[in-house]
Design a protein around this ligand. Sequence first.
Ligand code: GLN
Length: 309
Amino acid sequence: MPRAHTCSELLAEGTARLREAGVDRPRFEAELLLGHVAGLRREKLLLSAQKPVPAAWQAGFLRAVTRRAGGEPYAYVVGHKEFMSLDLLVSPHVLIPRPETELLVELGLRFLRESWFLEGSPSDPRGPLAIDVGTGSGAVALALAHGLPGLRVLALDVSEAAAAVAARNAARLGLADRVTVLVSDLLTSPELPPPGTADLVLANLPYVPAGVFGKLAPGVASFEPRLALDGGPDGLSLIRRLVPQAADIIRPGGACALECGPEQCTLLAGLLSRSGFAGIQVHRDLAGRARVVWGIRDGQGHQGTGGRG
Ligand code: GLN
């Protein structure tokens, strides 16, 4: 580059490249990316449109534009994603938290508030215990802990790399004293609490059917971890393993809520009711699609997969 570019010139160049790559709001994203690289709010940058931009920022900006133009999700390029007003670090080892997953957290918080404050937590004087299975970035676990002071949360992931991201997020948000991150294949870690002690199990496990995986938006299929999305032949392989494990660890009267695809909710409702859950409900997400199946652990012991109707 013969001379330093101004903000306005750089933004024009970035916008053109993002537009060519088919990015939806190219100018807006270019502004956000330059703001990210410069560590400045977008509004401040726009006030200094004619100022020359330092060479390091130019190079950083053009690298970010190249990644974004290559189809990489915006959240990975900047390394952050907001979820329920929490700023979370994300890396390609974790799924980018989705707005529809807020439903899981809202249902969980409502249940915990009601059963703790109104009925008194029957399980533990230290406060209620929630478990987030397949925590990824820690989004669900951290939003729960943030939303309910005094709640203890176990955040589990089979991926060590994902667990490391969740632990960093817990520390950054000052929630590490109440959110414990463990590497665990679903609910199998020996470090988990004994059966019948959890008040709530939430999970946004992989549920995309293997056959549909190739049809996901390119940014999803090529950049997000397959481990966090691919749910096997009908999408429910992991959820099917989890349900009886959840029935064991949840106390009678405790709750389980699982995110799934709209066409899987009926099947999942059946799985829960056969594993000792009652009061099954299907909840819709912000877009009106069936998204979360909810059940309350009934009072009698878990009787295995064929047990009850
Ligand atoms: N809702 C996500 C998607 O469609 C899938 C998340 C998941 O598999 N848990 O990309």
